[in-house]
Design a protein around this ligand. Structure first.
Ligand code: TYM
Length: 332
């Protein structure tokens, strides 16, 4: 069975609809006929300052949400990145293969360091994409299910894999991004030309999976659209309406064309009201399951430990190959 791997940062109390529709839903689906490794990227989270207590809590909340949305620990290794030391270890080796200019070209660093100026950004934030390459290559996955914003990191990952394979010996598989076009970039509800993002969006622009369902309904009803009246999918001319149709289609399994037909001759108010109901029906049971899972933290940490055991086995084997090929003396 082909392997898949992906990760998510524990940098908010809740995942949002961009995370879910862009990536996490594919994680759940891919479990069917793949061998999955999914992890919570706490090493990545500390590239910007985190409160230790909050970080620990968010890691467990992330785990609870992944289980609540259908990640099945019997089929998937679900683990916390820092519990698998090989990520940081391979990360170092790959940093030594990465050009400074190459790292510089990563747009996420440019975006994230733009606010405080490059001088206040950490070196960890700068090398972040290289650690991500290590995360991926350790498991030799065929596919990496992510949203559009991760595409550049996947390209770097493939470049580094190729470079290592070429310089030493074929060690890594070149992974393919698994990006679903329809939901690859879910937009901010208040600024539909920008992606929904925990760092960039205002709270009103993000639908959080663990929001009070009524609060989410309200956000949908207040989504920014346009001054036209026709409900039509046209991301260029009508980004707000198109985003609502995308979310609607993804949550109901209906096609955008069928929705356009249903809503022809009707107003934005109807669309928003009915999508708000769909959202409430979707998030209510999800939220209940997550909160119930969070009642038993011992169970969560146990699931994560078992996931880390599995991940460590695979990751250590790859790291051994790497160390040997690089020329390190193996311990007796
Ligand atoms: P993160 O934590 O920012 O986001 C997790 C996943 O959600 C996707 N996503 C979106 N998709 C569509 N529309 C949006 N508005 C939207 N916002 C977020 C992201 O593309 C991602 O798939 N660098 C990664 C974490 C990571 C990783 C990895 C991923 C670390 N190591 C190895 C894959 C493989 C990140 O910051 O994702």
């Amino acid at each position: 069975r082909p392997r898949v791997l992906s990760g998510i940062q524990p940098t908010a109390d809740s995942f949002h609809f961009g995370n879910y529709l862009g990536a996490l839903r594919q994680w759940v689906d891919l479990q069917e006929d793949h061998q999955p490794f999914f992890f919570i990227a706490d090493l990545h989270a500390i590239t910007v300052e985190q409160d230790p207590k909050v970080l620990r809590d968010r890691c467990l909340r992330a785990a609870a949400q992944l289980l609540a949305m259908g990640i099945d620990p019997e089929r998937s290794a679900i683990f916390i990145q820092s519990q698998v030391p090989a990520h940081a270890q391979l990360g170092w080796v790959l940093q030594c293969l990465t050009g400074f200019g190459e790292a510089r070209r990563m747009t996420q660093f440019k975006d994230k360091s733009a606010k405080g100026g490059e001088g206040s950004a950490s070196v960890g934030l700068f090398t972040y994409p290289v650690l991500q390459a290590a995360d991926i290559l350790l498991y030799r996955p065929h596919y990496v299910p992510v949203g559009e914003d991760q595409r550049q990191h996947l390209e770097l990952t493939r470049d580094l894999a190729q470079r290592f394979n070429h310089r030493y010996k074929k060690t890594f598989r070149l992974p393919e991004p698994y990006i679903l076009k329809a939901t690859a970039k879910i937009a901010d509800l208040q600024d539909p030309t920008a992606k929904m993002s925990k760092s960039a969006s205002s709270p009103a622009g993000i639908v959080e999976m663990l929001d009070e369902p009524r609060a989410s309904a309200k956000k949908i009803r207040s989504a920014v659209t346009d001054s036209d009246t026709v409900i039509r999918f046209d991301p260029e001319e009508k980004p707000g309406v198109s985003n609502l149709l995308t979310i609607y289609a993804a949550l109901t399994g209906r096609s955008v064309e069928a929705l356009e037909e249903d809503y022809s001759g009707r107003g934005y108010g109807d669309l928003k009201k009915e999508l708000a109901e769909v959202v409430v029906d979707f998030v209510t049971p999800f939220r209940e399951r997550t909160l119930a899972l969070l009642e038993d933290r011992t169970h969560l940490t146990e699931v994560l430990r078992r996931g880390a055991d599995l991940a460590n086995e695979v990751a250590e084997a790859t790291l051994r190959d790497v160390y040997e090929r690089v020329g390190f003396v193996t311990a007796g």
